[in-house]
Ligand binder design. Structure first.
Ligand code: NAP
Length: 290
């Protein structure tokens, strides 16, 4: 038995089939990252981008079984909808309410969410080793925010404050997970005061993402000097928020590490092997240059 089969995969050809489904999918960096990882691990196989429209989602998930894919990633807009076509949902993914990774064990599909744990691994490794006792301010309450806030609660921060343009979403999220940590939701009108208390400020909104790269999610003057500032956006690699925060003596952390680590966790679920994280990161960085 080779390492691919030991990991519980279904292919009969001995080659590992992986992919990502989304709409659109053409700009995804996942194929370049995972194909570099498969090569580095010496696993024969391929990771393919699959453009799946919402009306084709159920059929695509059935095809994962019938074509013997070992696993797939799931991206916008399918992360929530896909859950109803799976056999099992991991507890964390169920709480977050979204799946970004599916593992196929002999036709039985299990959904996981590696976004949040990937983010926290990256934040701790690159910018803030200890989150315990910290005051964390999260800008945004969308899908990505849910994943990372859920993972942050496991780090025992002193407090998590969520600020969102649509305040009701932040307040509801805080109520939903109030038993996991001290979480409070706020409107944008309250943001200035909330941001002033941050040890760690995390932007999970799409403000500052390509092509609107000059936009800031909060004014420069609000950012406390010397704190940790993190942005989930990785296009551009250094957002205006990070650039501005660096000028104020902050420790900055971009979204590339989250992207690489969510992929690393997914690969570890599929192969049972430690992911070659540096090679994956280099592959993504290289693809930005060409
Ligand atoms: P989403 O579910 O659509 O949520 C978007 C969030 O941004 C919401 O909280 C929304 O507020 C807020 N927002 C959007 N435009 C805004 C504006 N002009 N002013 C203030 N708030 C605004 O999207 P998502 O999936 O969470 O993704 C959010 C960001 O994270 C994107 O930039 C994405 O690229 C990034 N991301 C990165 C990774 C990674 O691996 N690094 C992974 C996932 C996502 P409302 O609720 O009021 O609409």
């Amino acid at each position: 038995m080779n390492s691919v089969q030991q990991a519980g995969s279904t292919p009969t050809s001995g080659s590992m089939l992986l992919g990502v489904i989304g709409d659109p999918i053409i700009h995804s960096k996942s194929p370049v990252m995972h194909n570099a990882a498969l090569k580095a691990l010496g696993i024969p196989g391929s990771y393919v981008p699959l453009h799946i429209k919402p009306e084709g989602l159920e059929g695509a998930i059935q095809a994962v079984r019938s074509l013997g894919f070992r696993g797939i990633n799931v991206t916008i807009p399918h992360k929530v909808e896909v859950m109803k076509y799976l056999d099992h949902i991991d507890e964390g993914a169920a709480r977050v309410g979204a799946v970004n990774t599916i593992v196929n064990n002999n036709g039985v599909l299990t959904g996981y969410n590696t976004d949040g744990i990937g983010y926290v691994r990256s934040l701790k490794e690159e910018a803030c080793p200890v989150l315990n006792g910290k005051k964390i301010v999260v800008l945004g309450a969308g899908g990505a925010a849910r994943g990372i806030i859920h993972a942050l609660t496991a780090e025992h921060p002193d407090q998590i404050s969520v600020v969102n343009r649509t305040a009701s979403k932040a307040i509801e999220l805080a109520q939903e997970w109030g038993a996991l940590a001290d979480i409070q939701g706020f409107s944008e009108a309250e943001a200035k005061e909330v941001v002033a208390s941050a040890d760690v400020l995390i932007n999970t909104t799409s403000v500052g993402m390509h092509p609107n790269i000059a936009d800031l999610p909060v004014p420069k003057e609000w950012i406390p000097e010397g704190i940790v500032v993190s942005d989930l956006i990785y296009n551009p690699l250094e957002t205006a928020l990070l650039h501005t925060s660096s000028d104020k003596g902050c420790i900055i952390h971009g979204g590339l590490g989250m992207f690489v680590n969510q992929g690393a966790y997914a690969l570890e679920y599929w192969t049972g092997l430690a992911a070659p994280v540096e090679i994956m990161k280099e592959a993504v960085l290289h693809s930005f240059k060409i």
